[in-house]
Design a protein around this ligand. Structure first.
Ligand code: TEU
Length: 549
């Protein structure tokens, strides 16, 4: 494929499913594959092209499936391999591709490789993981796990520590070992053979770790490994591939998403998603969103990758709080602000990702007690901070703002019991606001967030300027307005939004004054001031109006 040829995924919209919380079909309180199949028509109607599903492989579920014990089978909680094959087929019939989540940095400690590896230093699988000799209680170094505590776990029988960047039940794989890499490639080829349309690669920038040097992401051999991985697998198909890379800068992202296809299609970078925390502290240490900085950050990513790479566009995923509660208004202006956030995001260049429920404007949840939370990261943080002397209310404020369970409450399908998610007891509580916020009602309401997303997705497909247009940020220093243009040879878009709950004065340049309104989250014409969270996309045909600047 030529470098400048348009790839199918550049024009695609991806929907993320968190399988445990999407749709239960058998009443056990966990979402499953048959549930997903029953909702494919819903997804088709929304207009998306591909579905990324968080891991459904066999797993003890210490980290909700990101701890895999068998890459080539489906966890019984979700169904069977035959169900999975049916899902791929049924999705394909509707023109929807299935994107699998590949967790290649670590396995579960219950994976056969690790069980073997722990049997002895001379076991052929020992070197599949990262071990260091040592003494009990004297850690090889002071590296910490993302989920709290040391990144080293002692195995007395071996008198060795193994390395884990995440939970103790997620030992890190040793990518230096070519046998590990080969096993991984064969497994990926096996899934490709089943007809999957792409992969999302979990914490992929951490695979080339160098624990002795304290390096976790962007290790020296990272891109060498990625190019080999891509060559041995993805390049044999016409796939969408997206790497999760918390440590990516635009320079690094250009390597990952090089249009020559040598690595991936694109990465998820998080620079814009970590701005509302205190500098140098953890995500739990809250700070107001620096709005002007956010705009400049997105501008940088838009411009630096233009023609040289490809952006993914997202506000939400299964690890992040709900964007409407986070940077919009989960109360009075929920509907307007959810739509405004959609406009800002989907108006940019890149492949947009919609996380389940985002298309309904689902909000964060506030459970009264920590007992109601299930996420390992949230629970570890809560007890660590309690022990460290933090005030309980302060910890709960962090949980309400940032817990991953905010995104993981069951999908709100209807006003029926348990939001139509399950007939049993949901594994994680349903957000009580499902009575007002649910798919069934929103599909009937022409002014709902759902209908707005549906229109937005269609517009992206209708006007190539959404995919191709060059980005230009307007009013960079404005504290309320997020505005930019997108321009190609045929058309120009103006995306203009009030990011706040106060009115904002905004005079449109003369050339935009009688342009076509493509999408607007308020009824009627534009006024002199933008109303709270008002957002609009305007279109001008460049050919008509030669000489526009
Ligand atoms: O997340 C990567 C990761 O670094 C997260 O743990 C992140 O720091 C945290 O969620 C921020 O709150 C990926 C998966 O998306 C996540 O669900 C897994 O828990 C993690 O990898 C381990 O596989």
């Amino acid at each position: 494929m030529g470098n400048n040829e348009k790839k199918w995924w550049q024009n695609a919209v991806v929907y993320q499913i968190y399988p445990k919380s999407f749709q239960d079909s058998d009443g056990d309180g966990y979402g499953d594959i048959r549930g997903m199949i029953s909702r494919l028509d819903y997804l088709k109607d929304l207009g998306i092209d591909a579905v990324w599903i968080s891991p459904m492989y066999c797993s003890p579920q210490d980290d909700n499936g990101y701890d895999i014990s068998d890459y080539q089978d489906i966890d019984p909680m979700f169904g069977t391999l035959a169900d999975m094959e049916e899902l791929i087929r049924e999705a394909d019939r509707r023109g929807i591709k299935i994107i699998m989540d590949l967790v290649l940095n670590h396995t579960s400690d219950e994976h056969r490789w690790f069980q073997e590896a722990a049997k002895g230093k001379d076991n052929p699988y020992h070197d599949y993981y990262v071990w260091r000799d040592g003494e009990e209680g004297v850690y090889p170094n002071d590296m910490k796990s993302t989920f709290g505590g040391p990144a080293w776990e002692w195995v007395p029988e071996l008198k060795q520590y193994y390395f884990h960047q995440f939970s103790v039940k997620q030992p890190d794989l040793n990518w230096e070992n070519p046998k590990v890499r080969r096993e991984i490639y064969d497994m990926i080829l096996w899934w490709m053979d089943k007809g999957v349309g792409g992969f999302r690669l979990d914490v992929i920038d951490q695979i080339a770790k160098e624990p002795d040097l304290g390096i976790t992401n962007n290790g020296p051999r990272l891109h060498e490994f990625l190019r080999e991985l891509s060559r041995e697998t993805f390049q044999k198909g016409n796939l969408i591939t997206v790497g999760e890379a918390w440590g990516a800068t635009p320079e690094i992202a250009k390597k990952y998403s090089n249009p020559d296809g040598s690595e991936f299609s694109m990465v998820f970078q998080f620079e814009h998603m970590v701005m509302d925390q205190q500098e140098g502290k953890e995500k739990w240490d809250l700070a107001p969103l620096p709005f002007v900085k956010l705009k400049k950050c997105l501008e940088k990513w838009q411009n630096e990758l233009y023609g040289k790479g490809w952006n993914s566009l997202f506000w939400d995923n299964h690890d992040l709080p709900r964007i409407v509660s986070r940077w919009g208004d989960g109360g009075t202006y929920r509907v307007q602000s959810a739509k405004m956030l959609a406009v800002i995001l989907h108006g940019m260049q890149g492949t947009p990702y919609i996380y389940q429920g985002e298309e309904l404007g689902m909000t964060n949840v506030r459970f009264d007690s920590i007992e109601d939370y299930r996420d390992i990261e949230t629970l570890n943080m809560y007890y660590d901070r309690l022990e460290a002397g933090y005030d309980k209310d302060e910890i709960m404020a962090s949980v309400y703002a940032k817990s991953r369970d905010n995104a993981r409450t069951p999908m709100q399908w209807s006003a029926e019991k348990n939001a139509g998610f399950t007939k049993g007891t949901p594994w994680l509580g349903v957000n009580p606001n499902y009575v007002e916020i649910n798919a069934e009602d929103e599909r009937k309401d022409p002014n709902s967030v759902w209908q707005f997303y549906r229109r937005l997705i269609r517009l992206r497909k209708e006007y190539p300027v959404f995919t191709d247009g060059k980005f230009k940020l307007l009013l960079p220093e404005d504290e309320q307005i997020f505005a930019y243009t997108r321009t190609d040879e045929e058309a120009e878009l103006l995306v203009c939004a009030n990011f706040t709950g106060e009115t904002a004065s905004c005079t449109l340049p003369a050339k935009w004054q009688d342009s076509e309104i493509l999408l607007h989250n308020y009824e009627g014409v534009l006024q002199k001031e933008l109303r709270p969270y008002e957002a609009v996309i305007l279109l001008r045909k460049t050919a008509q109006g030669k000489g526009l600047c």
